[in-house]
Design a protein around this ligand. Structure first.
Ligand code: TNX
Length: 630
């Protein structure tokens, strides 16, 4: 008995000395700091470091001056003064490139130590220091974007020890600038926003059927004709094609100087830009400019969002050698403008119907012993890979590039689920996972009746629960993942922000944080704090996670029953069938609802206590009954 007591005493002492009995684990500590993406380890210590007019940023190496300036620019508007920035070290904010590379931190990791006297951010590379500064910014009060001084704020940082590094090397967001055009300034703003959440890849979808957005000096018609279409609003695919004499006034493109400016801006934020030129399908804008590289040579209009697929030709002619001459010109300029290791060549959703009837394509198939048009697409992609290789670039394509045989060194972006990514990885190829269900930022993020029109559903919880590495697959082949914002239904920048955040924050955490640190409820609590930060920063976001989830279900006799739910916890749902708006004194949802006789609508809202937090949802009972029958 005595020896048992001794053992218990020894265990208690060991725990006391190692700090294992501290109530504050890293999860709790970060719930307080609310950093997104969640760092690998966080320990809060006592006290604060205060920033004032005398605070100096010390760089131990001149190469860190740009990141110090970036940090100053971000916080000085809010502070109302500039931080002094010098090379050296002292009591202040120290940015430190470590002499001997720390293997644990790698290329992008950092350590952040905040004491009452000073702050130290230590990393092997400037990237890591940049990410440490992003964490530091999130430990400060929200910073307003504009010269409005935040007088009554205490600019202090809680003392803490953080060690952090990313899980994946590819942490991306894609923006489609073809369906709707986004200005150079907007693109820069988007890049700035993603870098704040430690994302490092901006995939720039530059061409599609609805517009060619990058100047190609050797083929000027691509932007003279391909960048402009008739102006339209309204639901995508329901729009009227351009009228006979209608002017093509909607659009725009980036000049070479614009591109260089954006590339530099991204580099300053450690973001690599992956340009995408979508070929051989999705190429209507190319064909509008140069009909001679299509199969039928018919002159066409840029698509305005009307139905055209399979009717109007939008694939390049693969039988025509001129197509490859043009592509060589295009990719020579692209390769010179973008320093990235990879170039994305699209390859998705290529309609092959015109190839079937084209004598040149048929001859190519005969000469190259290709059995079908899938193999013709594969021939095209393999030729593109060689063409890019000559320009010292590697090829990425959407997962359709697997069809008909994958090019030997291609990297695959898996979008139609994970299966094609798995197939490619099993064949030894590198993969970026971006399945629609989890990563498509153009989909609904909550109850469709209160969201702008789009299709299908990908909620915040779908983004957050995404796991890029499938079981049994070598994790080294999964470079990471990315969120994709297709913009058919995104006509302006504030709506692009609305669609991106907070789902993009969830993806940022999936791609950066250790898998075992992920916790949905904790994430939601941090998202709420980031909503507030975004308000200060004038960044739009969606609060769809507060809206009720409505599901029609079939009762015992096939009658309509209504199930209500919420995506996040601690919300009460109130509803009415009497054509009044719900209030916290209305009926509270407890279990499956039966529809009262003659009820024509159900109205629903969510509350936190007595405060409405969701959007008022009003649904026609007949419509819900109709859904049940489908
Ligand atoms: C599929 S994903 C596409 C895009 C559309 C998107 C809409 C992919 C490679 N192709 O062209 O914009 O769906 O969600």
């Amino acid at each position: 008995m005595k020896s048992l007591i001794n053992i218990a005493v020894i265990i208690a002492l060991v725990f006391a000395f190692t700090g294992c009995n501290k109530p504050e684990n890293k999860q709790v500590a970060n719930t307080k700091l609310a950093i997104i993406p969640e760092p690998e380890t966080v320990k809060l210590t006592s006290g604060n470091f205060s920033i004032n007019k005398n605070t100096t940023v010390y760089c131990n190496n001149e190469s860190l001056l740009p990141v110090a300036n970036y940090f100053n620019k971000k916080v000085s508007d809010a502070l109302g003064f500039n931080l002094k920035i010098v090379v050296g070290e002292g009591d202040g904010i120290n940015l430190i490139l470590s002499d001997d590379s720390d293997n644990i931190l790698g290329n992008e990791g950092y350590k952040l130590n905040v004491t009452k006297k000073s702050i130290a951010i230590i990393a092997n590379k400037a990237n890591g220091v940049f990410y440490g500064l992003q964490t530091l910014r999130q430990m400060l009060p929200p910073q307003i974007k504009s010269k409005t001084l935040q007088f009554d704020i205490k600019w202090s940082v809680p003392c803490a020890e953080i060690q952090d590094r990313p899980r994946f090397v590819w942490r991306g967001l894609m923006l489609d600038v073809s369906r709707h055009f986004f200005t150079k300034e907007e693109v820069k703003e988007y890049i700035d926003q993603l870098a704040e959440y430690k994302m490092n890849i901006f995939h720039w979808h530059l061409t599609d059927d609805q517009g060619w957005r990058i100047e190609i000096e050797s083929l000027p018609k691509l932007t003279e004709k391909g960048a402009w279409r008739a102006e339209r609003v309204g639901d995508w695919w329901q729009r009227e094609p351009r009228g006979k004499d209608e002017p093509t006034i909607y659009g725009g493109f980036y000049s070479h100087d614009d591109i260089r400016e954006v590339v530099k801006y991204a580099q300053e934020r450690f973001v690599e830009i992956i340009p995408e030129i979508d070929v051989p399908g999705h190429s209507l804008s190319t064909i509008v400019a140069y009909p001679e590289i299509s199969c039928t040579h018919t002159v066409k209009d840029i698509n305005v969002g009307n139905k055209f697929y399979t009717v109007d030709e939008n694939s390049l002619c693969v039988g025509n050698d001129q197509t490859f001459e043009y592509l060589d010109k295009i990719f020579t300029e692209i390769a010179a403008l973008f320093p990235s290791e990879y170039i994305h060549v699209g390859g998705d959703e290529c309609y092959k119907g015109f190839w079937e009837k084209c004598p040149k394509c048929q001859k190519r198939m005969h000469d190259e012993h290709l059995e079908n048009t899938k193999e013709l697409q594969s021939y095209f992609i393999k030729r593109m890979e060689k063409l890019l290789h000559e320009k010292n670039k590697k090829l990425i394509g959407w997962d359709e590039i697997l069809e008909g045989g994958l090019a030997p060194n291609a990297t695959v972006m898996s979008w139609r689920g994970m299966e094609n990514g798995i197939k490619a990885a099993k064949a030894g190829h590198k993969v970026i996972m971006t399945p629609t269900k989890n990563c498509y930022l153009d989909l609904y993020q909550g109850e469709p009746s209160v969201e702008p029109a789009t299709y299908s559903m990908s909620r915040l919880s779908d983004s957050y629960s995404f796991e890029p590495v499938p079981e049994g697959i070598n994790p080294k082949l999964i470079l990471g993942g990315q969120g994709n914002l297709w913009t058919e239904s995104v006509p302006n920048f504030w709506h692009a922000e609305y669609m991106t955040w907070p789902r993009g924050w969830a993806l940022a955490e999936v791609f950066w944080s250790p898998k075992e640190n992920r916790n949905w409820e904790d994430f939601v609590s941090r998202v709420e704090k980031h909503f507030e930060r975004a308000d200060f920063a004038k960044i739009n976001y969606a609060q769809s996670m507060y809206n009720a989830i409505v599901t029609p279900v079939s009762g015992e006799n096939g009658e309509l029953k209504i199930k209500l739910d919420t995506e996040i916890k601690d919300l009460d749902i109130y509803y009415t069938f009497d054509n009044t708006n719900p209030y916290y004194l209305s009926s509270k949802y407890e279990s499956l609802l039966s529809v009262p006789k003659n009820a024509s609508r159900i109205r629903i809202n969510t509350y936190k206590g007595e405060k409405p937090v969701g959007k008022l949802i009003s649904l026609d009972i007949g419509m819900l009954e109709g859904k049940l029958k489908k």
